[in-house]
Ligand binder design. Structure first.
Ligand code: SF4
Ligand code: SF4
Length: 383
């Protein structure tokens, strides 16, 4: 008898997925996620999803109805990959620009899609028939968190992340929809209990209630998805985050004592940045940016978005070393970056920053930038 005959098809799929580096592998059936669809439509109608032109009610409907994603869909395989890495204490000290942990290594979309493609072809070998399937890695096409919950891979945390027993929420999700009929796993009977730590400690109040995120206030959305001006009233709370935010994960008690990932692609190559590195980013052109962040999730912020975020972090650092570079930016950069550079100078304050803003006001032609400079001058006067 061949070794594989001792294992069910589901176990063989699980084993293959684990060989590829997925730490958790669970299965659910491809029925609509009615509760999740209703909740997502409500969030969308309240405006909580922010300004994402692609995130429409039609998109939500499709993402929660697997039959629209694959003809004759029967089952969904939910997988996760751990990415937690402890940052060296020596590096933590000099940080002025922080990056969410998932973006320290290679882009997980690329890493996981490659491995899921291999898994899908392995499934056809295991079942000895060509299994139709589609793979998804966090692109909004399928509600992967609903899949993870239904399959028992994890449970919903009040911060809207999926929590797992072994790696907390320091995991990245992927899914395969297939027309194979597989035996589903059971939902986990776990929840956050009476804990509200993430809600209490979110610096912008973005978790407006248990399991409800107002993306418009979330630092992750503001620093990555929002292409434009970050609202003035949220800039201070962003602190030193230049790409994403990990606070509601860092404070979560389920996320304590998590082992470092062994996925080599997630080894840090960008972690957090010093003031000198942030100042250097302000000199980047498209070419430098594309080279530095090739295959990194950070490229999603785009050059203008990253420079905008860097200005905010420099303002919040209140480091006078940033004044000369902010002065240059205020003269030469795009409208969006100028607005945030003016704000940063207002936060740094002092005579040099004040004079820099006054001179910039005289030279500036754009009314929007002039208005921001006026507000920044007032910020200094009021201090
Ligand atoms: S990622 Fe940051 S800003 Fe967004 S909900 Fe979590 S703590 Fe709040
Ligand atoms: S911090 Fe508490 S409430 Fe928030 S996700 Fe973690 S366990 Fe749940």
């Amino acid at each position: 008898m061949s070794l594989n005959k001792q294992f069910s098809v589901e176990d063989q799929i699980r084993n293959k997925a684990k060989e590829l580096g997925f730490n958790l592998v669970r299965i659910t059936n491809a029925v609509p996620f009615i509760r999740d669809e209703k909740a997502a439509i409500q969030r969308l109608r309240k405006g909580f999803m922010g300004d994402l032109p692609w995130y429409t009610e039609k998109r939500v409907h499709t993402a929660n109805n697997p039959q629209f994603l694959l003809d004759k869909a029967q089952s969904i395989i939910s997988v996760s990959m751990p990415y937690y890495i402890e940052q060296k204490a020596s590096l933590r000290k000099s940080v002025s620009g922080k990056v969410a942990r998932y973006a320290w290594g290679d882009d997980y979309h690329i890493v996981m899609k490659k491995k899921l493609k291999i898994l899908l072809s392995n499934i056809s070998e295991i079942t000895k028939k060509s299994a139709n399937g589609r793979i998804f890695v966090d692109d909004g096409a399928i509600n992967d968190r609903a899949v993870a919950e239904k399959s028992g891979l994890g449970w919903f945390g009040k911060n809207t992340n999926i929590l797992t027993s072994s790696h907390g929420s320091w995991i990245l999700l992927g899914s395969i929809i297939t027309d194979l009929k597989l035996t589903p796993d059971k939902v986990l009977k776990k929840n956050c209990g009476s804990c509200t730590t993430c809600i209490d400690l979110c610096p912008t109040g973005a978790i407006v209630g248990p399991y409800v995120l107002d993306s418009r206030k979330c630092i992750s959305y503001l620093t990555i998805e929002l292409k434009g001006i970050i609202p003035r009233n949220l800039r201070t709370a962003i602190g030193s985050w230049i790409f994403g935010c990990d606070i509601c994960q860092d404070v979560c008690p389920v996320n304590k004592s998590i082992p470092n990932t062994t996925v080599s692609e997630f080894s840090p190559r960008n972690t957090n940045y010093t003031i000198a590195e942030l100042l250097n980013f302000l000199d980047f052109n498209q070419d430098n940016f594309s080279k530095k962040f090739k295959n990194s999730p950070i490229k999603r912020a785009k050059l203008e978005g990253l420079k905008r975020n860097v200005c905010i972090a420099l303002g919040n650092s209140q480091n006078i070393k940033a004044i000369p570079k902010l002065k240059k930016v205020l003269k030469e950069e795009t409208y969006i970056i100028k607005i945030h550079a003016a704000w940063a100078l207002g936060q740094i304050g002092g005579t040099t920053a004040y004079k820099t803003l006054q001179n910039a006001y005289m030279e500036e032609k754009n009314e929007g930038v002039k208005q921001e400079i006026s507000l920044s001058l007032k910020d200094i006067e009021l201090r």
